[in-house]
Design a protein around this ligand. Structure first.
Ligand code: ADP
Length: 128
């Protein structure tokens, strides 16, 4: 972990930028600038079994793609997080199906997610 303090002249306050490397080759965990209460997406590792997948039974994944992702994720880690919607503290996934199944099959406890907050209306829109 490295910390860089940028001193900005005059009335502008100093900013702290942090960078870190992760052990499995995945990009480092990051938070959006607005994660302290704003509305921007946040990238976090979530437990695989905490993500509800309401459409899971409506589509089958391509088993070859899942196997290729399993091999790649084992080797270099997940490079692109899956998109997750958070509504009232419950997490919903509608895409990233192959990456999600690859994590399940590998028995990985967590998956890197790009989390956006939404309302019940957003959720209804996804379920339509
Ligand atoms: P999904 O249903 O998960 O979106 P796709 O086959 O449509 O499956 O896309 C796979 C995605 O996984 C691509 O966007 C690719 O960039 C991403 N990805 C993330 N990590 C890896 C990895 N380690 N190896 C290969 N692809 C990866």
């Amino acid at each position: 972990m490295a910390n860089f303090v940028l001193q900005v002249p005059n009335s502008v306050r100093s900013l702290t930028v942090s960078a870190s490397a992760s052990s499995n080759g995945s990009p480092p965990l990051s938070y959006s600038a607005s994660s302290g209460g704003g509305g921007g997406p946040v990238i976090l590792e979530l437990p695989v079994d905490k993500i509800r997948r309401p459409l899971m039974r409506t589509r089958a994944n391509d088993p070859v793609k899942v196997q290729e992702l399993m091999d790649s994720i084992s080797e270099i880690g997940l490079q692109v997080p899956i998109d997750v919607l958070e509504v009232d503290g419950v997490y919903y996934g509608f895409s990233g199906c192959h990456r999600y199944e690859a994590h399940q099959r590998l028995g990985l406890p967590t998956i890197r997610c790009k989390i956006r907050r939404g309302t019940k209306e957003t959720l209804r829109h996804h379920l339509r």
